[in-house]
Every structure is written in C-alpha cells, then in structure tokens.
Design a protein around this ligand. Structure first.
Ligand code: HEC
Ligand code: HEC
Length: 230
C-alpha cells in the first residue's frame, strides 16, 4: 500500500526536478544573455573631423583666381557674386540691413535690445540716437560696437529675408540703390563703416576674409557683367 502510493509521488518529484533544472538553465541563459548584451564595450569611433579646416574655410574667402576655371563669363560672374554673398549675408552686414525699422543683434540676428528704431534719418529716434550708445569706435570694455557713421541702412537696402539673387538685383536697381556701380565698388571695398565688419570687437565673429579680398571679388563680379544668381 505504502509502496504503491509512494511511486507516483517520487515520479512527480523527478518530473518537478527536471523542470526545475530546465527552468534554472533558462533563467541562467537569459541572465547571461543580458549580461552579455548590457556589458559595456568600446563604441566604434569614426574619424575625427578636422574642425580647424572647416572653420578656416568658413572664415576665408576664395581669391578671384579660383574662379578662372569657369570659362563661361555669365557663370563666372554668378559664382563670384555667390562668394561676395558670403559676406553680404553674414550677420555683421545683415544686422544693419534689416527688413524692419529695427536693427538686429548677434549671430542669431535677434531684434536689437533695447528697442531702437531708425527714426527719420536712420540714426535713431530723437530721444534714442544710435550714437547715444555706439561711439566712433568699438568700446572694448563694454563690447558695444562703434563707427563714426553708425546708423541703420535705408529700408530700400533691406536684405534680411531676401534670397541672394534678390539682394543682387536690388543692388543694381537704380530705384532702390543710391549708388552707381563705381560708387558701389568704392563703398564695398573702401568704406570704413563696411570695414567695421572685419573688426567688429566684443568677441564677435568677423565677416569672412578681408575687406581687400572682398573688394577684389566685387570688382571681378562687376567686370564680368554683374550677373545675378536665380
Ligand atoms: C541704448 C543703447 C543703444 C542704442 C541707442 C543703440 N544701440 Fe545698437 N547696440 C547696443 C549694444 C549694447 C549692442 C551690443 C549687443 C550685443 O552684441 O549683444 C548693440 C548692437 C548693435 C548691433 C549689432 C552688431 C552685430 O553685428 O552684432 C547693431 C547692428 C546695432 N546695435 C545697431 C544700432 C542702430 C542702427 C541704432 C540706432 C537706430 C542702435 N544700434 C542704437 C546698444 C544700443
Ligand atoms: C552699422 C550699420 C551698418 C553695417 C554694420 C553695414 N551697413 Fe551697409 N549700409 C549702412 C548704411 C547706413 C547705408 C547707407 C549708406 C549711404 O547711403 O551712404 C548702407 C548702405 C550699404 C550699401 C549700399 C547699398 C545700395 O544699394 O545703395 C552697401 C552695398 C552696403 N551697405 C554694404 C554693406 C556690407 C557689405 C556690410 C558688411 C560687410 C555692411 N553694409 C554693413 C549701414 C550698415
């Protein structure tokens, strides 16, 4: 009696033991798998990017000779203006050529703080002239930029929000530009208010290249027929 009732219990015990061992093995396998998956190992490194090279390209202008390989004069002229445009569309120029009556500031070109407005002559409202804060030269201690002619570009010369092609056509349009082509070249190549952009002070990023290189590109663009991008 006792032996017969003992037997199934022993078999159940054996089955339970087999399942128990199998279960333990499964749990152990999952555990080992997790350890393997989560174990920290070195991530593949990509080639380091030569940041200095990138910045150097951003900061310099290509010389006029770099465009000699473009045989077709119209295409060469457009390519020259695109290089000129890297200066025109830099924050240093754009901040003073806004689409509204209010200048913008910094690399991000956010609205000028405090609120100032062009006033009647571009030099600010009567009670808040630009020259109240902007002196004849950069104020190194405060970082406030300066030039004796500091004022806002006329609204016909607004560049912000325009394509480079539109800025180009605007420069050549007698209805909106105050300058002949010779005056335009002189202004870009020699004017010291434009030149401020290469010596902006206050830790600001200067416009790319130098004013001389910029002037040479503008001259070459005019000589090749002053063609505009689309
Ligand atoms: C109450 C003082 C004050 C007045 C008035 C003022 N500015 Fe400024 N402006 C500043 C200061 C300060 C900065 C520098 C802010 C900075 O770089 O973060 C500045 C920066 C600028 C910049 C940015 C330059 C750059 O590229 O980052 C422009 C452009 C500018 N002012 C134009 C004008 C014009 C145009 C007027 C007159 C219509 C004017 N400001 C009147 C104080 C003034
Ligand atoms: C502090 C403000 C200020 C900054 C910065 C500035 N400009 Fe101007 N810009 C002016 C004013 C003011 C005029 C109008 C000058 C005049 O009529 O004599 C002007 C006019 C011009 C014109 C004449 C446009 C036309 O259609 O007649 C050109 C070109 C020009 N700027 C180029 C530049 C370039 C390039 C830069 C940057 C390298 C620059 N400006 C930065 C204020 C500024």
């Amino acid at each position: 009696m006792t032996r017969r009732s003992d037997r199934p219990r022993r078999r159940r015990f054996r089955i339970a033991r087999i399942f128990g061992i199998a279960g333990l093995l499964v749990v152990a396998a999952i555990g080992l798998g997790l350890v393997y998956l989560l174990y920290p190992r070195p991530v593949l490194q990509s080639e380091p990017i030569a940041v200095e090279t990138l910045y150097a390209q951003l900061e310099s202008l290509q010389p006029v000779s770099a465009f000699d390989t473009i045989v077709e004069p119209r295409l060469r002229s457009v390519a020259l203006f695109e290089e000129v445009g890297r200066v025109l569309q830099s924050p240093r120029c754009m901040n003073c050529h806004p689409a509204t009556d209010r200048p913008t500031q910094t690399e991000a070109m956010w609205p000028h703080m405090p609120w100032v407005s062009r006033g009647l002559d571009g030099g600010g409202e009567a009670n808040m002239r630009c020259t109240t804060c902007h002196q004849a030269q950069n104020a190194e201690a405060s970082g406030v930029p300066g030039n004796a002619k500091w004022s806002l570009a006329p609204i016909e010369m607004a560049w912000q929000g325009k394509s480079l092609g539109d800025i180009c056509r605007q420069l050549l349009d007698p209805a909106r530009s105050h300058m002949t082509r010779e005056e335009l070249l002189h202004h870009m190549a020699e004017d010291d208010l434009v030149g401020w952009a290469w010596n902006p002070g206050g830790g600001r990023q200067p416009a790319p290249g130098t004013q001389d290189e910029f002037g040479a590109l503008v001259a070459a663009w005019l000589e090749t027929g002053a063609q505009c991008p689309q």
